[in-house]
Design a protein around this ligand. Structure first.
Ligand code: GRF
Length: 207
């Protein structure tokens, strides 16, 4: 049974997609051992509590500096000792010491087709604003392993989503969530939980 810890910052729709996939039997061999957020008001925390899942808050604001937060965050995750850390709308940079300890055992969902529209400053609605500004006709989402870079780790899966003429950033964000994020993340977790992912020369192969 895969023990997964899920990190969230906001509404938790990706967390909900994970929980729904577990209920539907499309995400197997997995248990969520904890949900951690930097945002005490995150709706994702109440989604976790509603399912009896331990919901923890660890915020950089509660520490004198980022180094102290990084140490505390790393210590908590090591104490929880998950097999997999899932970043589901988590807006805090993962401490490098945690990435080192959980090499290819941290996954992230990004609301664009990496390497497009990613990196510093590209998160949440901002991604979709830039997509519309550039006028691309296809966008989508990417689930990838997390390394020391920002959105630079080995890509696990991607799914394209059509951009419509009448899209606003909000409409596009919702379509990318519905048609890509909420499908890709549970599927990647199921592949990981059932040993179907291999990282060879920095590229992910599904076996
Ligand atoms: C979504 O845009 C997701 O792509 C990004 O964070 C946003 C909020 O996700 N990673 P959620 O509703 O909190 O899962």
């Amino acid at each position: 049974m895969l023990r997964a810890a899920v990190c969230v910052s906001g509404g938790g729709t990706n967390l909900q997609a994970i929980l729904d996939a577990m209920d539907a039997g499309t995400l197997t061999n997995t248990e969520i051992i904890a949900v951690i957020s930097n945002n005490p008001g995150a709706k994702a925390l109440s989604r976790a509590r509603g399912r009896g899942i331990p919901a923890l808050v660890l915020s950089p604001k509660d520490y004198p500096d980022r180094e102290a937060f990084d140490e505390a965050f790393t210590a908590k995750l090591c104490e929880l000792a998950p097999d997999l850390i899932v970043l589901a709308g988590f807006l805090v940079k993962i401490p490098p010491q945690l990435v080192a300890r959980f090499s290819n055992r941290i996954i992230n969902i990004h609301p664009a087709l990496i390497p497009s529209f990613c990196g510093v400053g590209y998160y949440g609605l901002k991604v979709h604003e830039k997509v519309l500004e550039r006028g691309v006709k296809l966008t989508g989402a990417t689930v990838h392993f997390v390394n020391e870079g920002m959105d630079e780790g080995p890509i696990i899966a991607q799914k394209a989503v059509q951009v419509e003429e009448t899209d606003t950033p909000e409409i596009l964000q919702r379509r990318v969530m519905e048609q890509a994020e909420w499908i890709l993340l549970p599927r990647a977790m199921d592949d990981f939980a059932n040993g179907r992912l291999r990282v060879v020369d920095g590229r992910v192969r599904r076996v």
